[in-house]
Write a protein that binds this ligand. Structure first.
Ligand code: HEM
Length: 435
């Protein structure tokens, strides 16, 4: 090849490089056709976790209220801000508190970083709980989603534990005494109570060993476990056929069923409005639920790209905006450095355990261990205890009056206990009026 030709080739390679690099990373252009929209979801690493199409019901904002997504986004914010905080924090009883002061005084955006981490953690406890309530009140834990509910309950417990272990790290009076009270509750467990407490603290009292254990649990063990479980949670949502929806969300007519000699659910057929032609093929033995429908059937699905993606983006912006707003106006508390000789009176556990602390004031065993253990067991087995198949995918379905009333009682009682523990308890856990 002549020199001139080589030079020309080289120049045109340089000219085409940006486009070549771009198309090697992003294999599809912004799609304008349905095939393109499918490909975008299918081939993109980040998007392929979603199905190519989702049911329209999934996108109705009042159904999920985006609570699962908000939980996820808060978790991601916690990971990012947590890693940044790790650049400054040292899990040592002699340094931890000073590092907190440094964050406040000398590190650029240190206060904001700490505020974002703190408020996202509290927010996540509340939002995951609300998400659990939404799943319950819409009956979305029923077949085939029983196991995903169980995974969810485990995620809720891990969220509480992750928040609790982080509480100790600032090593101030608030942290020290809250964890002293919190871990004392663990000690009320029968037979192994003291051993569990020792395992958690690495000592008989809260000190350097406890700080190190809580740190390792908080920055490594629990986040890894949660990431794994969240992945399983999302995978199950896909395998369980997407989010739950009411029986009449996919209507099929009697006429259409007769056309192809199929026997659909009579209740569903009776409530239909369209006349359609239907073909069903049973080749996908691995797919749950009805066989895949092929042909001219009512299509209640939309492409995930861009419909679901935009909805998710909207929830993400809302979440980050909320966290920034709260973090701008309210500073995470930092009290005096730890003073083992001066316990505050009363010493209170973190707010989400104040219901427990309130119950402990009546009975150490029943309040701290017995009742919470029964509550967790019932929560775990809810989908297997409630055999009523009706009322899935609808808020407060009247067929589920008993289940919803029982769960509402559980929610309200717990909230009342937390309010009493937070606002109505003073010195020596005496009843006081906050007004
Ligand atoms: C770290 C905590 C959690 C995260 C990040 C998370 C995330 C999600 C997301 C994104 C969805 C789909 C959309 C939505 O419902 O908003 C979902 C659905 C679901 N979640 Fe969670 N979740 C968590 C905890 C829980 C808990 C505590 C439970 C119940 C005890 C639970 C049970 C379920 C079930 C059964 C579904 C399917 C609901 C349906 O089909 O309608 N999740 N979760």
């Amino acid at each position: 090849m002549s020199d001139a030709k080589q030079k020309k080739n080289f120049l045109s390679a340089i000219k085409e490089m940006p486009a070549a690099v771009w198309s090697s990373v992003f294999r599809n252009r912004l799609p304008h056709t349905d095939l393109g929209r499918s490909r975008t979801s299918f081939t993109n690493f980040f998007l392929h976790i979603q199905p190519v199409k989702v049911h329209k019901h999934t996108l109705k904002p009042w159904f999920t209220m985006g609570l699962g997504l908000i939980s996820l986004f808060l978790f991601l914010i916690l990971i990012v801000t947590g890693v940044l905080l790790m650049f400054y924090y040292v899990p040592s009883t002699t340094q931890a508190y000073d590092r907190m002061l440094d964050l406040r005084g000398t590190v650029a955006f240190g206060t904001m970083l700490r505020n974002m981490h703190r408020w996202s953690a509290h927010g996540m406890v509340a939002v995951v709980f609300l998400h659990m309530c939404r799943v319950f009140f819409t009956g979305s834990y029923k077949k085939p989603r029983e196991f995903n509910w169980v995974v969810g309950v485990l995620l809720f417990l891990l969220t509480l534990f992750a928040s609790f272990t982080g509480y100790l790290l600032p090593w101030d009076q608030l942290a020290f005494w809250a964890i002293t009270v919190g871990t004392a509750i663990a000690g009320y467990a029968p037979v192994f109570g003291e051993q569990i407490r020792f395992l958690l603290l690495g000592d008989t009292t809260v000190g350097q060993e406890a700080l190190l254990r809580f740190y390792v649990l908080h920055v490594a063990v629990l986040p890894v476990l949660m990431t794994l479980l969240i992945a399983v949670h999302f995978w199950r949502i896909r395998k369980d056929g997407g989010l739950s929806r009411p029986e009449d969300a996919d209507i099929v007519t009697e006429t259409s069923a007769n056309l192809t000699n199929l026997q659909p659910n009579p209740a569903v057929a009776a409530s239909s409005i369209n006349t359609i032609e239907i073909k069903r093929y049973g080749i996908q033995g691995l797919v749950r639920g009805h066989f895949t429908k092929v042909g001219n059937v009512p299509d209640n699905t939309v492409f995930s790209y861009p419909n679901l993606l935009l909805a998710e983006l909207f929830v993400f912006i809302l979440t980050i905006f909320g966290v920034l707003l709260v973090s701008y106006f309210f500073n995470a508390p930092l009290e005096e450095p730890v003073n083992i000789l001066h316990p505050p009176n009363p010493s209170k556990a973190p707010w989400y355990f104040l219901g427990l602390q309130e119950m402990v004031s009546y009975s150490a065993f029943w309040g701290g261990v017995g009742i919470p253990a029964i509550e967790v067991l019932i929560l775990l087995f809810v989908p297997y205890l409630d055999r009523n198949k009706k009322g899935v995918g609808r808020w407060f379905a009247k067929e589920r009056l008993l289940a919803n009333t029982l769960f509402m009682t559980f929610v309200v009682v717990n909230i009342i206990l937390i309010i009493i523990g937070t606002f109505f308890r003073g010195q020596n856990w005496e009843f006081v009026s906050p007004f």
